[in-house]
Design a protein around this ligand. Sequence first.
Ligand code: DAH
Length: 345
Amino acid sequence: MLQEKIQQYTKEIEAFNPKSADDAEAFRLKFLVTKGIVRNLFEAFKTVPAEEKRVLGKVLNEFKQLAESRYAAFQEQFSSASSASKHAQYDLTLPGEGFAVGSRHPLSLVRKEIVEIFKKLGFTVAEGPEIEDDWHNFTALNFPPEHPARDMQDTFFIKKQEGNDIALRTHTSSVQVRMMENGTPPFRSIMPGRVYRNEAISARAHCFFHQVEGLYIDEGVSFSDLKQTLYYFVQELFGADTQVRFRPSYFPFTEPSAEMDISCTICKGKGCQLCKQTGWVEILGCGMVDPNVLENCGIDSTKYSGFAFGMGIERITNLKYEIKDLRLFSENDVRFLSQFDTELI
Ligand code: DAH
């Protein structure tokens, strides 16, 4: 009798297919609580004759385990279903959380702009080492040994050696020398790069900064070519209404030499703090390459002539973005850096 009952309930449990947590709970109430079927069967088992107990006890225990394991499985099923329904509260079509994309450094942005403008005029880009010898940084550029012109740039020396000290380059003009020594004219290149000077760090000076050097050597190149090239450059970079003026100057490696000013981009020439009320700001040095420099680099100065120029990228960037403190460029403060164009290519 008891065995039949157990078989019947076993079938019932095996066929039981709950559709919800409520169905699973009904199963528990029917089979597993104190007054449920499993307990009742155990009560009934007490009255079974002793000789049947061994066999029936095993069957009953198996039945109990079946009921319990089934219930455990139902619980699992509906608890994960309920957490799935919790997830349904989220809108999975919303865009994911973005991650911060970096931006180009303002100096890189401006360098790129400068390079692009000169590329349109057929200038290629050349580079040279930041650790230079005396010859490339000074002597070949017509700075005689012990000449006071060397003091125009405070130099970080790395190694003093008789006649050819090793130093951090003080300007990119050294790349001109390397280019002329290693090639044959015509040359039409710009040379962007980092340069170093032993100066106290302040809002207006730093111990390193960036320059773009330019060199154009061919037969019959004149000062008017220099003027037109730089005039085009300024108009492309700062706009067509920008004025240009040249002032006579001195560099050992150019003759004649000039400094070029542009009309102040902030006040448009009216006078402001940036241009010190003059309406003009200096942006570069330039001149016709001194024949001595051409000869030092193995170029026939009776056949070839050319111009060169050099500008500081920081200065141009300050003008374009009205940055008043040079130190910002190398402090790596994202509050500063993230204000610039996020274009990454
Ligand atoms: N090398 C100069 C400097 O660092 C800049 C310069 C002036 C470069 C005139 C030139 C030039 O090529 O022709 O101050």
